[in-house]
Design a protein around this ligand. Structure first.
Ligand code: ADP
Ligand code: MG
Ligand code: MG
Length: 237
């Protein structure tokens, strides 16, 4: 269980996260939905423990451990991973070397992960992670690396961004694979096709949890209120 308890976070004296309580379970898919600018990525960075994202108030627990002051490396070691909205690019490594993470991972597992992200291993193992990979291909390689880490919790920040619409079902298959392999999936998304497969949803508006529950209820509610939420979150002159 990964728990956020009354998390508050300010940046440049502007309060972005205003007291968030959320519990994520392992072996479950939890979706976080909400309009642009409500603080979803900020929440992801706070959970991952990026150095500029220490909460001003509140606690983060992994099971019974208070990890509020743990570094990103400590949290990664405990099994928390983040799929970035914008994937990084590691120039000069082959996909095979990039995914083998220092030789600790078996080739068969790498091939399985590449097949899951629908990149043919025969073609992609020897490709280099560089400018010649498209944004979509890079994102798939990043997703493959997250699968191979077998994290306890994986935060996926808009996993479909930079990937064509045809691949939404691929993202869903990947979330199901992660869940079957005991990873708790925390998926940040605008897409009903993705949120529909979550076990539980949180709707974020203006740095707060506006509503939580079964995803179909939350999506219906979001549809009827998102213009209100868009208004609140649009910066005023
Ligand atoms: P979302 O992921 O829901 O679109 P973000 O978490 O990226 O939202 O942003 C939440 C709010 O924090 C927005 O108002 C955004 O403008 C602000 N914000 C994000 N990053 C920074 C930053 N580096 N400096 C100042 N404000 C930021
Ligand atoms: Mg955004
Ligand atoms: Mg975001």
């Amino acid at each position: 269980m990964l728990t956020l308890e009354n998390i508050k976070y300010s940046r440049n004296s502007k309060e972005i996260i205003k007291g968030v309580n959320i519990s994520f379970e392992e072996e479950k898919i939890t979706s976080i939905i909400g309009s642009n600018g409500v603080g979803k990525s900020t929440l992801a960075y706070i959970i991952m423990g990026l150095s500029d994202y220490k909460p001003n108030e509140g606690k983060i627990y992994l099971d019974d451990n208070d990890i509020t002051n743990f570094s990103i490396t400590d949290r990664a070691r405990l099994g928390i991973s983040l799929l970035w909205q914008e994937p990084a690019r590691f120039e000069g490594l082959s996909v095979k070397n990039y995914l083998s993470l220092g030789g600790k991972i078996k080739l068969d597992d790498i091939k399985e992960a590449l097949n899951l992200v629908r990149l043919n291993p025969d073609v992609y193992l020897s490709r280099f992670v560089d400018k010649k990979l498209s944004g979509g291909e890079r994102k798939r390689v990043e997703i493959a690396s997250c699968i191979l880490l077998k994290p306890k919790f994986l935060i996926m920040d808009e996993p479909d961004s930079g990937i064509d619409l045809m691949s939404l079902d691929m993202i869903v298959d990947i979330m199901k694979h992660l869940k079957e392999n005991d990873t708790g999936v925390i998926v940040i998304t605008h897409r009903e096709e993705i949120a529909n497969h979550s076990d539980y949803s949180y709707l974020i508006c203006d740095g707060r949890v506006l509503k939580s529950g079964a995803c179909s209820d939350i999506i219906d509610y979001y549809r009827s209120t998102c213009d209100v939420c868009d208004n609140v979150n649009t910066p005023k002159e």
